[in-house]
Design a protein around this ligand. Structure first.
Ligand code: FAD
Length: 348
């Protein structure tokens, strides 16, 4: 029996996979809805950053996502058109000179607007709610403080949480990992993202438009975001500065069709859990193999979680190692807690 801790996309995805693979589990839900998953725009995009870097793992992540984000016959993932305004002439020059991968994913729409090909959008909240309904018998509601008071982890026995005993606990707790006594010293950081939600009154937005910030359709509304602030997780999750900054982007993002400020329905913020190399940190604790962590999905969680959910499930079922670029081992190596395994030369 396994305990999954968390209620965001990472924890819910593990629950879906465990159900499909007949792994017995409970999911510990603190009922917090102000998390990264709840305000994610859910875009799966092969290209990111100012330099249009192509994600080398995009094909495998996308294939996993296309299979994963469906429940029975209902898809929660759809293709979406993504347009991006180039910030400066040098970006256009950089792109036209660039490599094979850019040709695969980028097409010039006008001199200074490109279309990024191969993008999708996931309806994150409806997906989470639908999974929660299918697992509701297995959900245990407990506030974070009560969870930490209830858990008893003594060596060589099963782990106890309240009245239940578990062979393993998997922490998929988003930014709360920074307070987890077993995993807080891993190299996770906080990154604050703030967004605005606006009413869609006549814009009928059906694509992503990126110019500094971006807009996209979101549950019959318009999502505008986001900030990307490296801050401490103890700072405020919403700030007036970022609200003002996002509002300033409205005119340039909506071109000639700007909604009035009264159409702003809400301003939301959440912390993403990031890592130094933008890859998640997944695996079991150095000295207690019953404790696992599934975290660090940063700004790409909706894209990466399906692939790594499958990896973690396979690691539990058949001891298959997690890909080294996402494994907890690379973090323990970086921290000097274990040494790098020697590379053996292949014999001819
Ligand atoms: C503004 C914004 C936009 C984004 N846009 C995109 C995008 O377009 N594409 C993309 O791929 N990714 C995007 N992301 C990233 C993606 O949303 C995240 O990587 C992903 O949602 C992280 O999911 P998570 O479950 O790890 O964390 P979270 O969603 O933060 O969930 C963790 C949950 O666990 C709960 N928890 C913690 N401790 C306990 C406990 N002891 N017991 C029970 N529950 C506990 C927390 O309260 C929290 O609700 C975006 C993120 C943000 C903030």
């Amino acid at each position: 029996m396994i305990a999954i801790v968390g209620n965001g996309l990472a924890a819910i995805s593990l629950a879906k996979s465990f159900l499909e693979n007949k792994i017995d589990f409970h999911l510990y839900d603190d009922c917090n809805k102000n998390n990264a998953s709840s305000i994610s725009s859910g875009i799966v995009n092969p290209v990111s950053g100012r330099n249009f870097v192509v994600n080398p793992y995009y094909d495998v992540f996308l294939e996993a996502a296309l299979n994963f984000y469906r429940i029975e016959d209902q898809p929660y993932i759809e293709p979406i058109k993504v347009y991006r305004k180039l910030a400066h002439d040098f970006q256009a020059a950089h792109l036209s000179e660039n490599t094979f991968d850019n040709q695969r994913f980028i097409r010039f729409k006008t001199k200074d607007i490109i279309e990024i090909l191969g993008c999708y959008q996931i309806r994150v909240n409806p997906f989470i709610e639908a999974i929660k309904q299918t697992i509701n018998q297995r959900v245990i509601t407990l506030k974070i403080e009560d969870f930490w008071q209830s858990i008893q982890i003594s060596p060589h026995t099963t782990i106890q949480i309240g009245d239940y005993r578990y062979d393993k606990v998997i922490f998929a707790e988003g930014i709360a990992v920074l307070n987890n006594p077993y995993f807080k010293d891993l190299l996770y950081n906080a990154n604050r993202g703030e967004i605005l939600l606006l009413e869609d009154k006549g814009q009928n937005l059906d694509h992503v438009y990126h110019h500094g910030k971006f807009i996209c359709p979101y549950e019959a509304k318009i999502w505008l975001g986001s900030s990307f602030d490296k801050v401490s997780a103890t700072t405020k999750v919403k700030t007036k500065e970022n609200y003002d900054l996002l509002v300033q982007h409205i005119d340039q993002l909506f071109l000639n069709n700007s909604p009035p400020k009264e159409h702003i329905i809400g301003h939301f913020g959440a912390f993403r859990t990031t890592t130094w190399d933008r890859m998640p940190i997944i695996g079991s604790h150095l000295s207690d193999k019953r404790l696992w962590v599934f975290n660090g999905f940063g700004a790409k969680g909706t894209s990466m979680i399906p692939y790594f959910t499958s990896q973690l499930t396979q690691a539990l079922i058949s001891d298959k190692p997690i890909d080294s670029y996402a494994s907890i081992e690379r973090c323990y190596i970086k921290l000097g807690k274990i040494t790098k395994p020697p590379k053996f030369k292949k014999r001819n």
